[in-house]
Design a protein around this ligand. Sequence first.
Ligand code: SAM
Length: 322
Amino acid sequence: MNVSLPVLDRVEAGDREEFREAVLAGLSRTPRAIPPKFLYDARGSELFDAICELPEYYLTRTETGILADCTPELARLAGPGCALVEFGSGSSVKTRLLLDAMPNLAAYVPIDISRHHLDATAARLRRDYPGLRVEPVCADYMALEALPADVNGAPRLGFFPGSTIGNLEPHEATAFLRRARTLLGDRGAMVLGVDLRKVPQRLHDAYNDSAGVTAAFTLNLLRRMNRELDATFDLARFAHDAFYNPLEGRIEIYFRSLAVQSVAVAGRIFTFAEGERVHTEYSYKYDDAGIAALAKSAGFTIDRTWTDPARLFAVVYLETAP
Ligand SMILES: C[S@@+](CC[C@H](N)C(=O)[O-])C[C@H]1O[C@@H](n2cnc3c(N)ncnc32)[C@H](O)[C@@H]1O
C-alpha cells in the first residue's frame, strides 16, 4: 500500500535527519560545534522572545527605538508597492513598525527555520493586517533559491533585524548578503540591524542575564537532542558559557561539560572532558568600517545609517550597487 505522508510530516522528517547529521558531525570534530540554527525549535523561539524582554538585552529595545524613529524615512526610501522580505523573522514584532508605516505593501514574506513559530506568527499577522498578503516561507535563508512566485514583479525590500547577521561568521555574512542581493533583485534594497562594538561588560551582561533565560536557551539544544535524537544529556551536568572575545570582536557561546561524562546521541557514544565546551553561537559586533566592508563585499552601498544616541546599535539601509 502506498501511504503518502502529509507535506508537513515529510518536511519535519527531513528536518530531523538534517539535525541528526549536523549534530553527529559537529560532535565528531575538534573543537566541537553545532550550527546555531538548531537552537530554534518551538521552545527555542519562545525562549528567544523572552530574551528580547530581558533588562540586560539592550539590543531589541534599542533597535525598536531606532526603527520607531526612522520608519517614515525608510518607507519613503523604499517607495510604495514593494514586497517586504524578512530573513529570520521570528515573531515579526519589529516588523509591525514597518507594516504600519508602509500600508501599500505588495506582500510580506517572513522567512524562518522555526516552522511552528512561523505559522503562528503568520496567523497573527493575517488577523491583525487583513489587507496584507502574508507569504511565509519555512527555509534556511543560507540556502534559499527563490521567493514565492506571486511577489514577482514588485520591487523587494529585505529586512534582517535583530543582529542576526552577527550570528554569521564574516564569510557567511558576505555569502548571505550576496544571496539576499540576488533574491531581492536589481531594484532591491535591504534594511539591516547591526549590533555595534561597545564596552565588553555591557556585552557580557547581555548574554549572561541574571534570570538565566539565555542559559535556558543554550541548554534547550540539549533538550532538543534528547527528544529528537534519543540523546541522554543530563542538563544539570552542563552549563551555558558566554564571553566576549575582543580580538575577534564577538560574543562566543558554548555549552560546557561540568564533569567527565559519556552521552549517547542517535545511537553513538560521545565522551566529554570536564570543562570541555561545545560551540553553539557567535554574535559578531561591528564598527562603521566593518559594516561598510561587509556591504561592499556583497555588492551593496550604504544609503543611510541610523543609530541610537549612545551608539549601541545601528540600522542600515543598503541599496544594490550599480
Ligand atoms: C536572533 S533571532 C531574531 C528574530 C527577529 N528577527 C528579531 O529581530 O527579533 C534569529 C531568527 O532567525 C531564525 N533563524 C536562525 N537561523 C536561521 C536560518 N539559517 N534560516 C532561517 N531562519 C533562521 C531563528 O529561528 C530566529 O527566529
